[in-house]
Structure formats: structure tokens, C-alpha cells
Design a protein around this ligand. Structure first.
Ligand code: E4P
Length: 218
């Protein structure tokens, strides 16, 4: 499973990259705003900075909601850096734009996916990635992980190549559950990735090893 980090924070991205397990980055307009990145030029420059920090795919989201606007914006984003993946919302014009970009060989991430039917449409339009938002479904008492299973079944039934990118991952158990369900990718915060490191038996075992070494090497 690929690990993407879901942030526009350069320090978090650098820390995840340094851990050696990072395969890419996803951003969205809210994450950019959270980092105080505003204005078209600053936003574009920030995407380039992110691309220079990591080796993998970097999803950059369009703001337009009409086909022509998405195409114009997406082409400008894709021209920024070879690592850019154009992120498009799952609305009718987003699906049309996804088909347009996939026909041109430009990689896409179809976002704001909350149902298996939406995921089927994204795959039919040739999306590189589809982003089901599991945390936001959990937030409204709906089983987000079940959506991952349903999409996995549909894609496997027909051999769709679109990669399932579990998004809105909020904590470490989401990552483990997505891995069990065969999600191709997950995107989450640094805290969720670092949570995978933790086990009290690792800490106590290491403390004992070091203590025994000290005793034998005085
Ligand atoms: C996906 O690409 C989104 O950026 C993201 O995962 C949304 O997560 P949230 O629901 O925690 O905002």
C-alpha cells in the first residue's frame, strides 16, 4: 500500500519523507488555507516546493467547477511539475474533465467520493486515483471502511486500473483497516503514520536490551 501524507505543511511532509516510507502528498484548498497559502501564484509556488521535497505524486486540486475552467486550471497545474496529479471533484464536469485528462495521459485524482456508484464513474472516466473520504462518512455515522470494500469489489470485478486512495484517514487504525481491505493507497496526517510505530512491548523490550547490554559491558 502506498502512503501519501494529507497536508500542505512542509515540515510534516519533510518529516514523513525522512522516515523513508512516503509515496506522495495530497492537498486540498482547505489544507492550503490552513498553512496560510493564499493567492494563485503563491499556491502554485507551494505545489512546486512540495514536489521538490518528495519523490512521489502530489495531488493539486482545481477550484473551477465547470469543464472549461477545470481543463484550463488542470493543464496549468500539470505543467508545473511532472509529479503533479490533477485533483478533480466528483461532479458531472469533473468526470468530463477526468476523461479529457486521461485521454491526454495527464494523471488525475477524483475527490469527494462518498458512494460506490461515484467510484464506478471515476474508474469509467479513467481516473488514476479515486478518493473515498472514509473519515467524513464515519463523522455522519456511516461506515467509511465499508465503502473501501465495495469499491475494491467493483474494481476487481472488472479489472479497473484506477487506484483506490483512501482519503480522510484520521487515525492509525484507519490505515491498518484500509490495508486489510486492499486499498491501494491511503492519505492521512503525519500523526496517523507515526502511530504505526507505537507498541509498548517494543519500548519495554528495547529498554531491557539496553539495560542488559550496559550490565554486561561496564
Ligand atoms: C483528500 O484528498 C482530502 O484532502 C482529505 O483526505 C480530507 O480529509 P478530512 O476529511 O480529514 O478533511
Amino acid at each position: 500500500m502506498k502512503f501519501f501524507i494529507d497536508t500542505a505543511n512542509l515540515n510534516d511532509i519533510a518529516e514523513a519523507q525522512a522516515l523513508g516510507v512516503l509515496d506522495g502528498v495530497t492537498t486540498n484548498p482547505s489544507l492550503m488555507a490552513k498553512e496560510g497559502i493564499t493567492g494563485a501564484d503563491n499556491i502554485l509556488a507551494h505545489y512546486v516546493k512540495i514536489c521538490e521535497l518528495v519523490e512521489g505524486d502530489v495531488s493539486a486540486e482545481v477550484i473551477s467547477t465547470d469543464f472549461e475552467g477545470m481543463v484550463k486550471e488542470g493543464e496549468a497545474l500539470a505543467a508545473l511539475h511532472p509529479q503533479i496529479v490533477v485533483k478533480l471533484p466528483l461532479i458531472a464536469d469533473g468526470i468530463k474533465a477526468c476523461k479529457y485528462f486521461s485521454d491526454k495521459g495527464i494523471r488525475t485524482n477524483v475527490t469527494l467520493v462518498f458512494s460506490p456508484g461515484q467510484a464506478l464513474l471515476a474508474a469509467k472516466a479513467g481516473a488514476t486515483y479515486v478518493s473515498p473520504f472514509i473519515g467524513r462518512l464515519d463523522d455522519i455515522s456511516t461506515d467509511g471502511l465499508n465503502l473501501i470494500s465495495e469499491i475494491r469489489m467493483i474494481y476487481d470485478n472488472y479489472g479497473f486500473q484506477t487506484q483506490i486512495l483512501a482519503a480522510s484517514v484520521r487515525h492509525t487504525m484507519h490505515i491498518i483497516d484500509c490495508a486489510k481491505l486492499g486499498s491501494d493507497v491511503m492519505t492521512g496526517p503525519l500523526s496517523a503514520i507515526k502511530g504505526l510505530l507505537k507498541h509498548p512491548l517494543t519500548d519495554s523490550g528495547l529498554a531491557q536490551f539496553l539495560l542488559d547490554y550496559q550490565k554486561g559491558n561496564k
